[in-house]
Design a protein around this ligand. Sequence first.
Ligand code: 13P
Length: 252
Amino acid sequence: MRKPLMAGNWKMNKTILEAVSVVKALKSAVADISDVEILLCPSFTALYAVNNEVKGSNISIGAQNLFWETKGAFTGEVSPAMVKDTGCSYVLVGHSERRQYFGETNETVNKKTRAALAIDLIPVVCVGETLAERESNVTFQIIEKQIEEGLAGLTPKQASLTVIAYEPVWAIGTGKTATPEQAQEVQAFVRKIYAQIYREAADKVRILYGGSVNPGNVSELMKQPDIDGGLVGGASLEAESFVKLVKYSVAN
Ligand code: 13P
């Protein structure tokens, strides 16, 4: 059985104090939850303080990015060891905003994914098609290439530890969620491609859905057999709505 994972991606939001204040509220509200894994991805600047707040709780933390080199003259970059040093066990890789605004490609996604795994950070590798790609009926080709190239060269163990997030770009921050059927169709395809490359790891890999997930649509999404959790932006920013997402199975 795959344990559901509910992840909040705070993107470029919150000062340290703001982040800690949300985490304090969240921590007590989810203290009794053990059937869902809870992950928060604050900005780099808040990671250390948030980690101090979540220590000993059921909340894990992740960074939103990392660089693949171990150290050196790479001004502004953050190494895998530095990410780990803040207490992270996860790291987001290849979010569509990074692909769109910061030139990330399947090749750099692969370097980052492998660098994360090499230091025992679990990568949450984001894939997804743009609206133009969906309308041109190339969604499956795009996703296949993102998986094949972005996740090339993993060991079977690494392949089963890795988390995939399917985030259709047209559904991010738009309020336009993929229907549960649309998400399921692509996520089943992701698992099929994964099985062709990594065989048994396909049953273990968790595939999250992301794109306008909110307390009102989470339970229908989570009923789909290949949706193992959510990667949530806007609705994870306040403790109250994120708690509802984490408790989706209790609430419905
Ligand atoms: P929203 O939930 O705000 O649409 O963002 C989704 C996302 O990009 C999470 O990584």
